[in-house]
Design a protein around this ligand. Structure first.
Ligand SMILES: Nc1ncnc2c1ncn2[C@@H]1O[C@H](COP(=O)(O)OP(=O)(O)OP(=O)(O)O)[C@@H](O)[C@H]1O
Ligand SMILES: [Mg+2]
Length: 259
């Protein structure tokens, strides 16, 4: 971990999210630096997804701030946050059922390329060149992540593990600086989970990314994260490198009776 504050990508200060009487996230203070892979772990209902939802603008926090490269982004709309370079995937796969792999990526591309409704309706030359640029960019992305041979297959017909990767590619299509992954290994066996962690490391290097990763099972992220935050009932019960987390009594207690 660097001591330099200038490479801070994403941070939160006293971030708190309450739903009525329930405090889903309580006084969360994150510090995620450029090119790090950072974990957010904790038992079911710990507040992990809620933290993502607040960071990405789906909820306005009850208290506290979200900062991206030192800029206060609290309260910005999700599309503005995406445009700044923060992309996410969801806990449940959200591919478009009838679309090919390529089309699924193209849709994500269009969310970031501002084609404008008039250009799209009138098929103006500007629209057409942007459209072919988007196709070229999408195919290039699929090539880089080893899915290009599946470009014309239906997205939802891919094996489960590939669908999870495609979700990540869709997030990459918005050209993020930081990628937030919500349980990308959910439903995978140990072997597939390990391969996915290798894949995450690979895209971090290839796309010069910073990665913030939610995982339910501690073992899955141990090998890939530089450091991790552990939530339990919304409270940060531990933060540190994988070795220290693994032997932290509070963490062990939180996980006992869960797994
Ligand atoms: N929109 C909402 N309204 C009310 N309560 C909510 C809402 N979203 C989440 N919660 C509650 O906040 C708590 C944290 O939920 P969250 O989904 O963030 O947990 P999680 O750590 O992602 O769990 P999991 O590992 O099961 O995905 C839970 O008690 C949940 O029921
Ligand atoms: Mg969750």
């Amino acid at each position: 971990m660097s001591e330099n504050t200038s490479d801070l990508m994403l941070s939160t200060a006293h971030l708190t999210m309450k739903f009525g009487g329930l405090t889903a996230v309580s006084d969360l203070n994150l510090e995620i630096r450029k090119n790090e892979i950072v974990g957010l772990i904790g038992p079911n209902g710990a507040g992990k997804t809620t933290a993502f939802n607040v960071i990405t603008g789906m909820y306005y926090p009850t208290e506290g701030k979200v900062l991206f490269k030192g800029r206060n982004i609290t309260g910005l709309k999700p599309h503005s946050i995406t445009a700044l370079g923060i992309a996410r995937t969801f806990q449940n796969i959200r591919l478009f059922k009838e679309m090919s792999v390529l089309e699924n990526v193209l849709v994500a591309c269009h969310m970031s390329i501002n084609t404008g409704i008039f250009g799209a309706t009138l098929h103006l030359p500007g629209y057409r060149s942007r459209e072919s640029e988007a196709r070229r960019f999408s195919m290039e992305l699929l090539e880089k992540v080893g899915l290009v041979h599946l470009a014309y297959e239906k997205g939802t017909s891919l094996p489960y593990g590939q669908q999870r990767r495609l979700e990540i590619v869709r997030a990459l299509a918005t050209k993020p600086k930081i990628l937030l992954l919500d349980e990308p290994a959910a439903g995978m066996n140990p072997q597939e989970s390990r391969e996915l962690m290798d894949f995450i490391r690979k895209i971090r290097d290839e796309f010069d990314l910073t990665i913030f990763l939610i995982e339910h099972h501690m073992q899955v992220v141990m090998g890939v994260c530089e450091h991790m935050y552990v939530l339990d009932y919304g409270v940060t019960i531990a933060h540190g490198d994988p070795a220290s987390i693994q032997k932290n009594p509070k963490v062990i207690e939180a996980y006992l009776g869960v797994d």
